[in-house]
Design a protein around this ligand. Structure first.
Ligand code: 13P
Length: 253
């Protein structure tokens, strides 16, 4: 049985006191059975959140693959581990776009996270022009091939995948359930080709991009959608509470 995961990516939002307050609220939500909840606060607040989180896990939005050294402004996977941080986002489209992170760097980050026992949430997804020209399956497949599929099975098993079509992020234009399911099923089939049926069945593949209380139930009901990586709707505990609630996961299933 693969994990069901709801993860909140807070991006570069909230003051320190707001972050602590939101963490407390999310930590005390009524979480459906078997659903794992992660928050990814801004790095500066990760330790504050970690100290408050008893029912949820805390991750980092980014980290550098080297352990230590002259890398001004960076935080390493090793440092995350030392601070008790459970997970890290790798390959988010905003990091790819604004910070020039390419598939080769992401491959190094993935290896470093795994080497330190940090759970990687590897993000993939196509921009609008690729969706429109119809080559989106090939595009996402090559992102996975260039950064992820070199891993041995024993390491790949620890990775969570997140499909986030860039045209759906922060736009209010969610992928339809058909679009999400088509991509998620394709991703699972590529994992199966590479690692076999059992590992493919056990891989959690999250959807991200304008997922909210109004559409989460239909998305999470898709056979190959195992949860969500949530931006805007993770910043309000009332919205996030719907995404982690038992009913959102059960009624349509
Ligand atoms: P939104 O939910 O705000 O579209 O953001 C999705 C996202 O980028 C999560 O990582």
């Amino acid at each position: 049985m693969r994990s069901k995961i709801v993860a909140g990516n807070w991006k570069m939002n909230l003051s320190q006191s707001e972050a602590k307050q939101l963490c407390k609220e999310v930590n005390s939500l009524n979480i459906g059975s078997g659903i794992e909840v992660y928050i990814f606060p801004p790095m500066l607040y990760a330790s504050d959140c970690k100290a408050l989180a008893t029912n949820i896990k805390v991750g980092a939005q980014n980290a550098y693959p080297k352990d230590s050294g002259a890398y001004t402004g960076e935080v390493s996977m090793w440092q995350l581990k030392e601070a008790g941080i459970a997970a890290v986002l790798i390959g988010h489209s905003e990091r790819r776009e604004y910070f020039g992170e390419d598939n080769a760097l992401l491959k190094n980050k993935l290896e470093a996270a795994l080497a330190h026992g940090i759970k990687p949430f590897f993000c993939c997804g196509e921009p609008l022009e690729i969706r429109q020209n119809g080559t989106f399956l090939e595009y996402v497949k090559s992102q996975l091939e260039e950064s992820v599929f070199h891993l041995p099975a024993s390491e790949f098993e620890k990775v969570v995948l997140a499909y986030e079509p860039i045209w759906a992020i922060g736009t209010g234009q969610t992928a339809s359930t058909e679009q999400a399911e088509e991509m998620h099923a394709a991703i699972r089939s590529w994992v199966e080709e590479k690692y076999g049926k059992e590992i493919a069945e056990n891989t959690a593949i999250l959807y991200g991009g304008s997922c909210n209380p109004g559409n989460a139930q239909a998305l999470f009901a898709c056979e190959n959608v195992d949860g969500g990586l949530i931006g805007g709707a993770s910043l309000k505990a009332a919205d996030f509470s719907v995404l982690v609630a038992e009913e959102t996961w059960t009624i349509l299933n």
